[in-house]
Design a protein around this ligand. Structure first.
Ligand code: NAD
Ligand code: LMR
Length: 328
């Protein structure tokens, strides 16, 4: 069987320390698919990266055929088909994710260019490093050889958080909560959608009758969950982010279950909800399992959702303005 070559950037960091071992264990492509790991971090963290490779070797994972490490994006990206762009600075207490743009945006200029030079047109690229929507926009802009529809930004962690909160409130199992959408930015303006979510196949609003909770505590809990984790742990989410990254990539390579969908930041061009063009915006999506994500049409946008979606769209436009010099 042909080896799948997977790039993880920020490979000496926290998220990677969970993500790599799960990919190596078969949690991405299954237990029959051999994998090569291509690991990128900055030269300063070369020693840590060597240590990570030693540990991967010492696990003796049967699926792992090769572990390549380095700090040159072109060297590491070459020949790979699946990309997790994680490497970027995380925020600390009191910061918003967009405060990271100043430091992180340039990483995605460099890596977009490297993708353009050496990656296959068939590559699928998931941007995790924050602020992930705008970083994803930057990377795709600098990689015109790769279709924009192959770039994604991660709102899966928010989806998972929302699913969990709805299941607790409704007192049902997690698997009974479906069709959870996160609209917009992976930020404090994101819109966790309870209007179109389902619980036991019924409208979530017919099961959870406490509209005040849905519009209030539920929405703000999901919007601020990242900060809540940072305040508790002193560091940003890592294992749950790695788990979400795997879930997001699997959503692209496995057909979506009938009647369900997943949330993903995708290029907004010609979207069916009138969101401005040339943004990376999270929508409800379905996939045929061929690395594609098609936006689900016809969802109900009630006045509450409409107002909230306008706010998150405005924030993404502001972020894009802040990096306009990098998009020329
Ligand atoms: P971390 O600081 O533990 O690790 C980041 C790693 O990236 C470091 O090893 C650093 O050296 C490396 N790095 C920096 N610049 C790089 C470059 N140019 N090329 C390659 N590697 C580079 O941080 P972490 O906790 O792993 O988080 C990584 C990013 O993911 C942060 O921006 C964080 O905010 C973001 N994040 C996103 C989500 C999401 O849901 N989208 C969730 C959690 C974290
Ligand atoms: C998260 O949602 O946990 C991450 O984006 C990290 C953060 O800065 O909140």
């Amino acid at each position: 069987m042909k080896i799948k070559r997977v790039v993880v950037t920020g490979a000496a960091g926290q998220i990677a320390y969970s993500l790599l071992f799960r990919i190596a264990n078969g949690d991405l492509f299954g237990l029959n698919q051999p994998v090569a790991l291509h690991l990128l971090d900055v030269a300063l963290h070369e020693k840590t990266l060597e240590g990570v490779k030693m540990e991967l070797d010492d696990c003796a994972f049967p699926l792992i055929q090769e572990v390549k490490i380095g700090s040159d994006p072109e060297e590491i990206f070459g020949g790979a088909d699946t990309f997790f762009l994680v490497g970027a600075k995380p925020r600390g207490p009191g910061m918003e994710r967009k405060d990271l743009l100043q430091d992180n945006a340039k990483i995605f200029v460099e890596q977009g260019k490297a993708l353009n030079r050496v990656a296959s047109k068939e590559a699928r690229i998931l941007v995790v490093g924050n602020p992930c929507n705008t970083n994803c926009l930057i990377a795709m802009h600098h990689a015109p050889n790769i279709p924009k529809s192959h770039f994604f930004s991660m709102t899966r962690l928010d989806q998972n958080r929302a699913q969990h909160q709805l299941s607790i409130k409704a007192n049902v199992g997690l698997e009974e909560v479906s069709c959870v959408t996160i609209w917009g930015n992976h930020s404090a303006t994101q819109v966790p959608d309870f209007v179109n979510a389902k619980i036991q196949g019924k409208k979530a609003t017919d099961v959870i009758l406490d509209r005040k909770w849905l519009e209030g505590d539920f929405v703000s809990k999901i919007q601020k969950r990242g900060a809540e984790v940072i305040n508790a742990r002193g560091k940003s989410s890592a294992a749950s982010a790695a788990n979400a990254a795997l879930g997001a990539m699997r959503s692209l390579i496995e057909p979506t279950k009938a009647g369900d969908w997943f949330s993903m930041g995708v290029y907004s061009h010609k979207n069916p909800y009138g969101i401005q063009d040339d943004l990376v915006f999270s929508f409800a999506c379905v996939s045929k399992g061929l690395g594609d994500a098609e936006i689900v049409k016809g969802l109900e946008i009630d006045p509450f959702l409409k107002a909230k979606i306008a706010i998150t769209e405005k924030e993404l436009l502001e972020e894009r303005d802040l990096v306009a010099h990098l998009l020329r």
